[in-house]
Design a protein around this ligand. Sequence first.
Ligand code: SF4
Ligand code: SF4
Length: 231
Amino acid sequence: MSEKNQKHGDDEMRYEQDPKGFFGSLFAPVAGYGVTFTSFFRPTVTEQYPFEGPFTMPRFHGRHQLNRYADGLEKCIGCELCAWACPADAILVEAGDNKPGAQYSPGERYGRVYQVNYSRCIFCGLCIEACPTRALTMTNDFELADYTRRDLIFEKQQLLAPLEEGMLSAPHPMAEGTTDDNYYRGEVTGPQQSQVDWVKKHRPQDATIESAQSAVTDRQPATSSAQEAKK
Ligand code: SF4
Ligand code: SF4
């Protein structure tokens, strides 16, 4: 046998089916229904989205979020490391200088412009790994579809974490007697009276004053007793 014919014969043997036997041949015409029949008794797995929310895993990579410190200052310092780490060139950051009357984050600079282009983002998470202040994290929100490419570019205000109860909206001065190191180490646990007073003076209509004032008042007894214990 030529080499070519030998190879052809080997291929036929490789793809030849095993003989079915008597029962195999008898049930072969209805064997496919077995899968359908057993599926009748399995639990339904259809998700009723959007009427019932889908459940993502806790570490799911969804929409980005720019976080804040407990006193309301922004964590982003505009360093652009996230933008440089991004393999899809989906992030644009432009830093601005913090000024005495306009302090948005601890330290010298803050993220003045922050955009994520969700028509480019592949949700790999490299940007959040690169962020030195944990300003950038990813939420579980995946409902990002839209009709235009322009609407898929999310601006800073869409990405900023909402102000939690007790936070004071930025800009306002840093907590008295602190540096950016104190913020990075998590030593600032809420707004101070001096920060609330500053916002009262410069933005008396600010909606967060009341809640921040309550947070300061609530913390005072604990602070005083800690100081007394130290004496
Ligand atoms: S998740 Fe990945 S692709 Fe998306 S912005 Fe971050 S680094 Fe870029
Ligand atoms: S999110 Fe983080 S890495 Fe990106 S500019 Fe802000 S501080 Fe830098």
